[in-house]
Design a protein around this ligand. Structure first.
Ligand code: DGJ
Length: 741
């Protein structure tokens, strides 16, 4: 791995031997993008890939010395608007005199081992300096005194480049930064399809693919959180790219607030990929002496398909974005109270549920919403983080002790960013709400959003939570967030800083996480936002797992997890077996299939196991045992998508352990088909020279399994026909357990 600078040709080359990223210094001192793709050894001649060898009609050029030099026709690293480039820019500024033109020129660079952290922001990291190398290039705008630093880190083990940018005002006047994308990638052609992961509450992260066309196309969120409508992860892939073949570039935003991801195709068919904080309503005042750090974006390049791209991203997010005590540990199998009792519980009822969980082998009991203040329903009490002793007369400590005495760890739900109008907190601090003075305050689930842009609000919530966390033995926290931000305004900031509030809000969320993690390093955090409405790489830095969706139906989860797996490790997807018929859909799915889907995520149950027939309870016990035995392979192996579920016929995926000794295939029949054809499922990721045993099926060659595949007969399913009628059922599934001989 190396980052080098060729002084003579003025070319930077970042490479780890598998990918190359090549940057040139333009005649005017700006940076051009020369190449990004499969590694090339020698790049000294790469200025030949700079466009603009002849003058383009209508293009403005920078000087009469060279009428072919227009930034409008030059691929760049971090372009501005208006200095001949008239495409969508990476950044925009407004100076004191109202002007917006800047002239950034390279002022210096530095190549260092390892990777610096980003102040107050989540980011990928290294554990030793030989894991990565970082290039930082500083550019200065002489007239204003503003400087910008572009950071590029290339990782040794994964084909991932981390990018970010910071601005520092070294001039005399305030400057308004109105756009500061974290990443700009100018590509030489537009023969790409863009994949995005879109949805809504309870149907998050469904893949959509569209061909790039001239103009801008993209996704974003202005909801104050990354959202379920659009996820801050996109892929540019060649039209012919499949799971196992062809080029793909993944782009992940390590951030949880408003974002924009955009591909802009110009009239010469070059593509500009931009990702960063959404510029709408963003305006950061940089006073003299101040600086602004934009969040990090990760670029992942694969020349051999989407599975490989996802696997690299999975490993990096799992081991070099997620942190702390729980990062590499097997995650506890949990039992959550929400779909079992909602807010209607007392200590006795909870203990009954926990006890049955213990009998099944579960390891952690989680008390969800409803335990604090006067929380009799969702109209009140958010912000009052004190135990409701009517429900829990022995306090949280008493309950936790009893749960611990059963041999279970104890976990708790919180929603720290929110406040209800009917709460003591609101009565004490009516100004702690994000709201625009004199305007209506909209409700979302009857609640308002706390003004986390104010440090005293974050500290106030921290103090309340600390008391609870210190009082009871809590080993897990589910951090929920159940509404979007509206009427965004903070009374604590002057008018000229109101464009900072969305970002300051998220910085406040990160600060509270950081404070709690520092004080309680052994607590396992699971993030949640009405299910998966804030499922992003930024959150993974604080909480290594995230509740995947409020839709707990096994078949819907198959679709949600399949889409999520493109950008996120399956270990990060909180997945629970819930009651049947399912509470969101009313659909009945066999308990085997519910578990066969959930086991590819961070596994748990969310129902009252006391209500299960004895036969099903026995199956639950077996599932828990299976999970304990196989969770390391399932969560730390390489994940392969084999057959998407979106046509409602069948779906399949598999996990292969790092040493290729063990593999687990999940095969799912969704809706039955009459007179169906012969199904052959080709596997992936095995050792082609090894022999494997598939439990119950016999011996196969690795090459045979990957090229000829396995034949799927419904009879192999553990649950295939309705015992009463003999009819084949929808929604059966099977796990194939594979071991190298
Ligand atoms: C939304 C979450 O996604 C659910 O799992 C549950 O925790 C409820 N909130 C509680 O209010």
């Amino acid at each position: 791995m190396s980052v080098s600078y060729n002084e003579k040709e003025k070319i930077f080359h970042l490479t780890n031997g598998r990918v190359s990223y090549v940057i040139g210094v333009l005649p005017n001192g700006q940076l051009s993008q020369l190449y990004y793709g499969k590694a090339v050894k020698e790049v000294s001649g790469f200025n030949r890939y700079r466009e603009g060898a002849f003058c383009k009609a209508m293009a403005a050029f920078l000087s009469t010395d060279d009428p072919s030099f227009s930034l409008d026709t030059t691929r760049q690293e971090y372009p501005s608007f208006g200095e001949t480039d008239l495409r969508d820019p990476a950044f925009e500024l407004i100076f004191k005199d109202g002007s917006h033109i800047s002239e950034f020129r390279m002022a210096g660079y530095e190549i260092t081992k390892g990777k610096p952290s980003l102040p107050s922001l989540p980011a990928s990291y290294t554990e030793s300096d030989d894991e990565a190398e970082t290039l930082s290039v500083t550019l200065k705008d002489a007239l204003s005194g503003l400087s910008m630093t572009l950071l590029y880190t290339i990782f040794e083990n994964e084909d991932i480049i981390a990018r970010s940018v910071s601005f520092a005002n070294e001039g005399k006047d305030g400057i308004r930064l109105t756009r500061a994308m974290s990443l700009c990638l100018d590509l030489p052609d537009s023969n790409y399809e863009m994949m995005q992961f879109s949805g809504a509450w309870a149907r998050e992260r469904m893949p959509y693919t569209r061909k790039l066309v001239p103009g801008f196309q993209g996704i974003g969120s202005m909801r104050g959180h990354s959202s379920s409508q659009q996820n801050p992860f996109v892929i540019l892939k060649r039209p012919e790219t499949t799971e196992d073949f062809g080029e793909a570039i993944g782009c992940t935003f390590v951030y949880s607030g408003n974002f924009l991801a955009e591909a802009y195709v110009d009239c010469f068919d070059t593509t500009r990929l931009l990702m960063g904080i959404h510029p709408q309503n963003f305006c950061w005042l940089l006073k003299p002496g101040e600086s602004f750090q934009a969040p990090e974006a990760l670029l992942t390049y694969s020349s051999c398909g989407l599975n490989h791209m996802s696997q690299m991203l999975h490993r990096l997010l799992r081991t070099r974005v997620a942190r702390g005590f729980w990062r590499d540990k097997e995650r506890p199998i949990l039992l959550n109270s929400w779909e079992a009792v909602f807010m209607d519980f007392n200590e006795e009822k909870l203990l009954e549920i926990a006890k049955k969980g213990k009998e099944a082998g579960v390891e952690l009991f989680v008390l969800d919403d409803g335990w604090f203040g006067n929380r009799i329903d969702d109209h009140r009490a958010l912000g009052d983080w004190k135990v409701d002793t009517r429900k829990l007369p022995n306090g949280m400590k008493g309950l936790a002790e009893k749960v611990n005495a059963l041999g279970l760890e104890f976990g708790l739900w919180i929603e720290p960013e929110m406040i209800n109008e009917d709460s003591d907190l609101y009565r004490q601090h009516p100004d702690w709400v994000l709201a625009t003075p004199g305007r209506n305050r909209s409700y979302g689930r009857y609640q308002w959003v706390l003004d986390f842009s104010r440090p005293e609000v974050v500290d106030g919530i921290y103090d309340m939570l600390c008391k609870i966390f210190l009082d009871a033995n809590i080993s897990y926290i589910k951090w929920d967030m159940n509404r979007s931000v509206t009427e965004c305004y903070s009374v604590a900031y002057p008018p000229e800083q109101q464009g900072e509030i969305y970002h300051r809000y998220i910085l406040g969320v990160y600060r509270l996480y950081e404070k709690l993690i520092a004080a309680f390093p052994k607590i396992l955090f699971e993030s949640c936002a009405s299910g998966g409405c804030r499922f992003d790489a930024g959150m993974l830095y604080y909480a290594p797992q995230a509740w995947g969706s409020d839709d707990t139906d096994g078949i819907e989860r198959l679709k949600i997890h399949y889409g999520t797996s493109y950008g996120y490790p399956i270990e990060s997807i909180g997945a629970h077996v819930s009651a049947s018929p399912n509470q969101q859909l009313g659909r009945s799915v066999p308990i085997e299939t519910r578990a066969n889907v959930a086991c590819f995520g961070t596994f748990g149950y969310e129902l009252d196991l006391n209500h299960l027939p004895e036969e099903e309870f026995k199956k639950v016990c077996a599932q828990v045992e299976f999970m304990k035995k196989n969770r390391r392979t399932l969560h730390h192996g390489d994940f392969y998508r084999l057959k998407p579920p979106y046509d409602n016929t069948t779906a399949a995926w598999m996990v292969v352990s790092g040493d290729k000794k063990d593999a687990i295939v999940g095969y799912y029949k969704i809706l039955n088909q009459v007179n169906r054809g012969f199904i052959r499922l080709r596997l992936d990721g095995l050792d082609e020279n090894a022999r494997y045993e598939i439990e119950g099926l016999g011996e196969f060659g690795g090459d045979e399994l990957m090229n000829a595949g396995i034949v799927i007969f419904d009879e192999q399913a553990t649950f295939t026909t309705d015992p009463a009628t003999g009819h084949q059922l929808d929604f059966w599934s099977r796990l194939y357990m594979i071991h190298r001989i």
